[in-house]
Design a protein around this ligand. Structure first.
Ligand SMILES: [Zn+2]
Length: 124
């Protein structure tokens, strides 16, 4: 019953990628309403909004990348980047953890939440 987890950076990156497509798609729909000026303008603004949002997300990825830890995946032996206490390998989706106390436990993204780390006993 192994659930498939993918690296957070990869997830965000594909989200930004699809936002651009959504933006272009929405602008294209706008072109279909050429006869209705306000409707076309509405779709155009929406489309530009999506593309703009994707730029923000890409910028955010850049910021996040500075906080990642570069490690070598024990499973596929490729260098990968980790974000937070638990993350998945960018290449093979192997769950990875930085926290010894979480080792061997079921991989769960909730270990990254602030609430959880506050209630967890401090191992250091
Ligand atoms: Zn790997």
């Amino acid at each position: 019953m192994a659930l498939k987890y993918s690296s957070k950076i990869n997830k965000i990156r594909s989200f930004a990628f699809w936002l651009i497509f959504a933006g272009i798609g929405v602008m294209y729909i706008g072109l279909l309403f050429k006869s209705t000026m306000w409707l076309m303008a509405l779709f155009m603004i929406l489309g530009v909004g999506f593309v703009g949002l994707s730029t923000v997300v890409y910028f955010w990825i850049g910021m996040l990348s500075t906080r990642t830890v570069q490690i070598v995946c024990p499973s596929c032996e490729k260098p990968t980047k980790m974000l937070g206490r638990v993350d998945a390998c960018m290449h093979c989706d192997q769950p990875l953890t930085m926290d010894k106390s979480l080792e061997g436990k079921e991989f769960d993204e909730k270990y990254n939440s602030k609430r959880h780390s506050k209630t967890a006993p401090d191992q250091s």
